[in-house]
Design a protein around this ligand. Structure first.
Ligand code: TA6
Length: 298
């Protein structure tokens, strides 16, 4: 059941700091204008769309061709992939089913770290038809000088369940040809471009074509050297054993109706996740926390 913009603003707006607007019919978006940063978060999918620290360039990327439509994920920002990362079983949506569903707003507020929002989603008959488990999933977003996103999986059922999950973060970069990602040196990865063959990273990740890699058993902080915009973006994490690095490049970009021509040159994904063999099993009444912490230095 969707809640009206008026009701959301009555319950959760913070004057001059946080308000709800309709990005499209049935697509409420939270607009944050804090002292340290501005941000936008779609209530559908609890999808952070934008984060821009005061005095900085935008850090996240959203396609100019993105579609804002109830039931469709927005191309960019931070899609929440849960309870599986990647292709699901036949007939099931890629990257799980929560990114296209309406979440509930649970809390908004501000403190010395910035402006925070808590969004949650629980199981229902539709989700149980896709994945037969009871759960409570919550995303806590703190938008300040640093962006933190914490995805909390709670098992509210009576049997253990196993998930893979991701904060599938799309970053803006000045020029993919002048961009590299460090922090994954000597790390094994599955290369989706070559049918998930296993390789090992040597040095920084650079981009000369389609790049789609699941780095395994790594808790490392990644650093994006965005040399086009003369900045470094730090992606620290907790509760995550995998990191995915993705750029669709020219051909795959053409396959996305919600990417404009040439946009591959201004974006990359560094995804904070548990993927492939890095699965997470949650016992009844227990929870798992996946945390991404993003900061920028020029
Ligand atoms: O995380 C990388 C990836 O799995 C790519 O293989 C590509 O499929 C991308 O996610 C986007 O997936 P989506 O379902 O959002 O179009």
């Amino acid at each position: 059941m969707s809640v009206s913009i008026e009701t959301l603003n009555q319950q959760f707006a913070i004057p001059n700091v946080l308000r709800f607007v309709d990005a499209a019919p049935g697509m409420p978006v939270i607009e944050i204008t804090g002292a340290d940063a501005s941000a936008r978060i779609a209530v559908q999918g609890a999808q952070v769309l934008e984060w821009q620290p005061a005095g900085q360039q935008p850090v996240l990327w959203v396609s100019r061709a993105a579609v804002y439509q109830a039931g469709k994920g927005v191309r960019g920002g931070v899609p929440v992939c849960w309870p599986w990362f990647g292709a699901g079983d036949a007939g099931k949506p890629a990257h799980g089913f929560v990114r296209t569903r309406m979440w509930q707003v649970r809390e908004t507020g501000q403190n010395d770290q910035g402006v925070f929002v808590k969004l949650g989603i629980v199981d229902d008959a539709e989700t149980r038809a896709l994945w037969n488990h009871a759960f409570d999933l919550e995303l806590i977003v703190m938008a300040g000088k640093t962006l933190t996103m914490e995805l909390v999986t709670r098992n509210t059922g009576d049997a253990p369940f196993t998930i893979t999950d991701a904060l599938h973060t799309y970053f803006r970069t000045g020029d993919i040809n002048q961009t590299e990602v460090s922090g994954l040196d000597n790390t094994p990865y599955l290369d989706k471009v070559t049918g998930f063959g296993q390789s090992t990273q040597h040095g920084a990740v650079t981009f000369t074509g389609e790049t789609d890699r699941v780095y395994l058993d790594t808790k490392a902080e990644c650093v994006i050297s965005d040399n086009g915009l003369n900045r470094k973006i730090y992606v620290a994490k907790a509760g995550s054993d995998s990191t995915v690095v993705w750029n669709p490049w020219i051909e795959k970009e053409r396959g996305f109706a919600d990417m404009a021509a040439g946009e591959y040159q201004e974006m990359l994904c560094v995804e904070t996740c548990n993927a492939a063999t890095d699965t997470i099993t949650v016992a009844p009444a227990q929870s798992h926390h996946l945390l991404a912490k993003v900061s920028v230095a020029v």
